[in-house]
Design a protein around this ligand. Structure first.
Ligand SMILES: Nc1nc2c(ncn2[C@@H]2O[C@H](COP(=O)(O)OP(=O)(O)O)[C@@H](O)[C@H]2O)c(=O)[nH]1
Ligand SMILES: [Mg+2]
Length: 311
């Protein structure tokens, strides 16, 4: 069965891709998941992964619809992963808007999948990394990952993306300072969406000034103003993404960092699995627990002692 799914993935068949993603999403790191990733791994490494983050309602989904259309028109194969508890186009309260987006994705044959933000025990983390591999093996040139703009899912996207796009806009008020505190270091491209709205130029200047005060690396993040309703500014945006893609291709350090992050995640899982039975035994050891109840030993020392014993 796995063979058929894998063969379908290589053909870019959407149903096979969906089935594969369901395996990695629902079965955790089962034998099935491992075999799947093992077998497709040699076919991955060609896609450029673009993470898109920013507060809800800022226009991320709308923007992704446009980017998909423009890249598809240039003959690129694009896939989208939306990490969201609910529908990927939640901000678009107008049903018409939502339908328009999905129509544009359908028109260009863009594969889109939502991953539920379960977020417990790193289950989501692993399934995002694996989902991206499936879409990579399916021949995507670009994989766009939209995140909710908070928490663990965001961190994961930042770690696995080659290019991180931070989307901001006018009307964020005082909130902008708090948002900025967490995101200025992570963006490779900063986008000010809703340039048709009042305050957009001020928001743009604010971000430019903040960036100017930060230590400069080899890559200088551009700040791009766009209007997602008219697609103004999108040429510059696509150009910035492509420029950063070229930059990444020569950046061995960035690729190593990604690999290390993923490997660390799997090593943590393997270690936990390997020792879980022993740990369970310890946690059931009444005599030992009695010592803890009597506060003869503090939790740090107890943990050190236990690991020393079982490792
Ligand atoms: N005026 C204006 N509205 C926009 C623009 N881009 C998106 N919107 C609207 O903003 C709302 C939220 O968009 P959505 O893409 O769902 O935001 P998300 O939550 O960040 O994914 C929708 O009603 C969009 O139509 C823009 O450039 N200008
Ligand atoms: Mg959205």
């Amino acid at each position: 069965m796995l063979d058929k799914i894998i063969e379908g993935i290589y053909r870019g068949d959407h149903r096979s891709i969906s089935r594969a993603i369901s395996i990695v999403e629902n079965e955790g790191d089962s034998e099935n998941t491992r075999n799947l990733i093992r077998q497709i791994y040699q076919r991955t490494g060609n896609a450029h992964i673009v993470g898109i983050t920013g507060p809800p309602g800022i226009g991320k989904s709308t923007m992704i619809g446009n980017i998909c259309a423009l890249l598809s028109e240039r003959g690129k194969k694009v896939s989208v992963v939306a990490i969201d508890a609910s529908s990927p186009f939640t901000g678009g309260s107008l049903l018409g808007n939502r339908i328009r987006m999905q129509e544009s994705l359908t028109k260009y044959g863009v594969y889109m999948r939502s991953l539920a933000n379960r977020g417990i025990n790193g289950g989501l983390s692993r399934s995002i990394w694996d989902t991206v591999k499936i879409l990579d093996a399916a021949g995507s040139d670009f994989i766009i990952v939209e995140t909710v703009g908070a928490g663990q899912a965001d961190l994961d996207v930042i770690n696995l993306a080659d290019t991180v796009i931070v989307v901001l806009g006018p009307g964020l008020g005082d909130e902008i300072q708090a948002i900025k505190a967490g995101i200025m270091e992570i963006g490779h491209v900063f986008v000010i969406n809703k340039m048709d709205r009042q305050g957009a130029y001020i928001a743009m200047k604010d971000i430019e000034e903040t960036l100017a005060m930060m230590p400069r690396g080899e890559w200088k993040p551009p700040v791009v103003g766009i209007n997602s309703l008219t697609r103004e500014g999108y040429d510059t945006l696509i150009e910035s993404i492509c420029k950063h893609r070229s930059f990444c291709e020569t950046n061995r350090e960035a690729r190593l960092r990604k690999f290390r992050t993923e490997l660390q995640m799997h090593i943590d899982d393997e270690l936990r699995r390997k020792f879980q039975k022993d740990i369970n035994g310890v946690l059931k050891d009444e005599g030992r627990l009695e010592e803890y109840l009597l506060r003869r030993i503090d939790p740090y020392s107890a943990a050190e002692e236990i690991v020393e014993e079982i490792a």
